[in-house]
Write a protein that binds this ligand. Sequence first.
Ligand SMILES: NC(=O)C1=CN([C@@H]2O[C@H](COP(=O)(O)OP(=O)(O)OC[C@H]3O[C@@H](n4cnc5c(N)ncnc54)[C@H](OP(=O)(O)O)[C@@H]3O)[C@@H](O)[C@H]2O)C=CC1
Ligand SMILES: Nc1nc2c(ncn2[C@@H]2O[C@H](COP(=O)(O)O)[C@@H](O)[C@H]2O)c(=O)[nH]1
Length: 326
Amino acid sequence: MENVFDYEDIQLIPSKCIVSSRSECDTSVSLGKHTFNLPVVPANMQTIVDESLARKLAENNYFYVMHRFEPEKRLDFVREMKKAGLISSISVGIKDEEYDFLDTLKKENMVPDYMTIDIAHGHSDAVLNMLRYIKKELPETFVIAGNVGTPEAVRELENAGADATKVGIGPGKVCITKMKTGFGTGGWQLAAVRWCSKAATKPVIADGGIRTHGDIAKSIRFGASMVMVGSLFAGHEESPGDTKEVDGTLYKEYFGSASEFQKGEKKNVEGKKIVVEHKGNIKDTLTEMEQDLQSAISYAGGRDIEGLRHVDYVIVKNSIFNGDRI
Ligand SMILES: NC(=O)C1=CN([C@@H]2O[C@H](COP(=O)(O)OP(=O)(O)OC[C@H]3O[C@@H](n4cnc5c(N)ncnc54)[C@H](OP(=O)(O)O)[C@@H]3O)[C@@H](O)[C@H]2O)C=CC1
Ligand SMILES: Nc1nc2c(ncn2[C@@H]2O[C@H](COP(=O)(O)O)[C@@H](O)[C@H]2O)c(=O)[nH]1
């Protein structure tokens, strides 16, 4: 593939503004039957989301995907969310016991609104089989399948029934797949999003590598309908995970779902653990993200997310930060 680039290599070019205030710009996005405030979803990782934060996000009309690392809690979680009239959105793997879990969901009439098949290498028969099984047994569920990094994979997942695909293998902050295996979209994630989106007929979720709020607008420009974000959501008051104080500064942990820490063993480790400085309340970050995206839409000369899709851009290789750091 020619012409690869990543988020830091791209600058979007402004078009004439058509709003009189950034607050007029609408950042909402539809996915399946629901419309959410932002085209952003916190990563389905154990140090990013838990039941309590998922509920808070749903109550405030943000999309969420609950992780799959405490599998026994999922049925009750779906039940509670349904009882509260909130959207239910969970993750599944592909092992045999997951098929039993799907049968239980069906038997108990607890069909989640959204299900994400969460596997490192989503272009596999195991994922295709799981996808077909969900579509057959729980056809009302909106299924997000991933993760993948090629147009072939997107097409194959869509043909098997995926309602959306998730793109990103190895660009994550706590990911070490690129070093351990030599594979992935790390370093060219934005180009991979474009490549995959061109083949997609359904929404693409760009997953991993988002380092600034401007990267959200860039993902949309290059074809994503939504972005999944881990590190930018790590370290908040509501984030699960231990808080530590070092020399008077508070930190919270953020670990990879394929880290030794998550797996409890040193087998096929493709993730690491880091600490991030405590960032305060997640509500403030969501508000800032919304304002920054409203501003991006206004620079695009639009009024809503669609306005970002066709703006011009330049490739300025590795130079947009000009030595600056956020
Ligand atoms: N987006 C990304 O870049 C990555 C994300 N992750 C995250 O880490 C978590 C754990 O992922 P994962 O290891 O898939 O989940 P699991 O450990 O639950 O593995 C699921 C199944 O898929 C098999 N499997 C996993 N990777 C491969 C592969 N490369 N080739 C063949 N079979 C494979 C596993 O078998 P076996 O273990 O025996 O091979 C296992 O049976 C997930 O949340 C995932 O999203 C992990 C790596 C990359
Ligand atoms: N290769 C790995 N990728 C992982 C692991 N755990 C999670 N992830 C992926 O990272 C994104 C979040 O990326 P960020 O840049 O926003 O922090 C997440 O959604 C997963 O797709 C892992 O252990 N290894």
